[in-house]
Design a protein around this ligand. Sequence first.
Ligand code: CP
Ligand code: NVA
Length: 337
Amino acid sequence: MMPARMYDLTAMRAPVEQPVICRDLVSTQDFSPEETKSLFELTHIIKHRPADFRGALAGKQLVLFFEKASLRTRLTFEAGMASLGGTSLFMDQTRSLLGEREPVCDIARNVERWVDAVVLRTYSHKTIVEMARHTCIPVINALSDSEHPCQAFADFFTLEEKFGDLSKVHLAYIGDGNNVAHSLMLAAAALGTSISVATPEGYAPGPEMTAAAKRIARTTGAIIDITHDAVKAVTGANAIYTDVWASMGQEAEAAERAKIFAPYQVNDKLFSYAAPHAVFMHCLPAHRGEEVTASVIDSPRSIVFDQAENRMHIQKAILLLLLGSGMRTAPTRSNHA
Ligand code: CP
Ligand code: NVA
């Protein structure tokens, strides 16, 4: 059996003269295009040779602070950490948001004394930025109102498994231009993939996210297309992706959103415009009869459970890179300034 330390993580390492700097995954942009490709290479090895990494994070401890419900994210982090030999501690913040009982900066300076990394699922993205700014241990975004980087990396890893060369893939995202869409755009940009994002008017991705994705795309050849025309977005696409119309925290807007988003439902008619072997993707949880019909999500073209499975493999690689000394370079851009 080959020990994990023998795998080549050189793409993630800085020259020896650089100081060791704590790295975070607050935004999808925190991993450069080269680092994202290295992440996928490591994920592939971990997925296919999990036994080689059994003790890779032995003695390391991870704390998860979640302000919102979760099935996949919590379980994949906990199961993934356990399979690497580490330990997870879950902090349920659904009844008391981070920062209410004491300032986030104080929580940050406590947890670094006890554990090795922090995973956060929050309403406000600023809470995660604040945590990362004030702690010297890695901070991982497990969903905020602004981004879902672990999801996007798992999704593009899944697309690479299905289609190979991601520069030849066209992903169409149909629905709300918020957290999942933002991270998909940024990951597509890093990986040189074409992405079309179709939303109702007033629900387009944030302009700063679109600008960041387009800036990265100029260096990788990715195409970032933002539109309100769902048919145009899916025409010829290799994959169609959607997410809930009302995200966690937007429950009061659900009825109003159901009317606004109805023309953006992913159904058989919309799917008929995609490429012949197009796949369906969803981060889950899904609402059949709302953003997607059962005929689409329960069909053989649906790869939603492959996406869910890959959440664990990609997060194991992220943990290994951030906690296992695989990533010592300075970030390409700072989210914590
Ligand atoms: N996709 C996703 O993050 O699922 P959970 O909300 O169940 O964690
Ligand atoms: N946009 C959804 C994603 C859930 C994984 C939400 O924020 O609730």
